[in-house]
Design a protein around this ligand. Sequence first.
Ligand code: AMP
Length: 273
Amino acid sequence: MQTHDTIAGFRKALDGERAAGRTVGLVPTMGYLHKGHASLMTAAATDCDVVAATIFVNPLQFGPGEDLDAYPRDLDRDRAIAESVGVGHLFTPTVGEMYPDGQPIATIVAVAKVGDDLEGASRPTHFVGVATVVAKLFNIAGPCRAYFGEKDWQQLLIVRQMVRDLDIPVEVVGCPIVRDADGLAMSSRNVRLDPASRAAATVLHRALRAGQAAPDPEPVMAALIDDEPLAELDYAAAIGDRLLVAARFGPTRLIDNMARTAHPSPTLLPGAD
Ligand code: AMP
């Protein structure tokens, strides 16, 4: 695995792969890798000749008072995980490399409508930060397939919309949510939950399951989360064929979602029921 910390170096490496006739699979992340990230890298390795992953905790997508400084980081561990799942190129830029003129930057990417409600309402500057950094990463990486998790459902819709609207030569691939055995969706932020909150956080998964069984899912999901003393409900929504929830557990805000109709093959890890 080659590690790159400059834009020029990463771009040149991927241009070289394509020049040699190899297809590129791109997996953008904020690091502190877990099995959800690894599943995207494995999918990319299955579909593409070479996998490029990026690790960048993007300040632009964190609002004031959010957990930018507390966001977990462990680059040595991430390198080992990335290499073990077949990543060929790892891009680990500094903030100064990505935003040499500082932030906010003059040019931003804003995707209307799909980003307006839910996460967009709770975190007003979040999706502009996401779309802008993903546009930069796509421009740096060049033509490729890019793998995103359904865990961040709205983010996936936004990235797809941006690629369509701006004719970016990237094929966006959505991948299923990977969960712990008790149903909690894997997230880098889970490590920040104390044991009581970790146990309480399974309420998100339980609420989504209950929502799938209910004709009117929103009040059912909201009531379940409200009943959990350690959870502070942000939203419980049914939009189209998707159920989406968000709640705070102490300082840690978690999101999850599920198809409105249960599918027979949940993406739980072995040992789960
Ligand atoms: P993050 O590092 O949290 O920004 O996530 C990087 C990518 O991994 C995004 O496309 C996420 O949607 C995806 N991802 C995060 N958690 C999971 C999960 N539990 N299952 C599948 N994909 C995930």
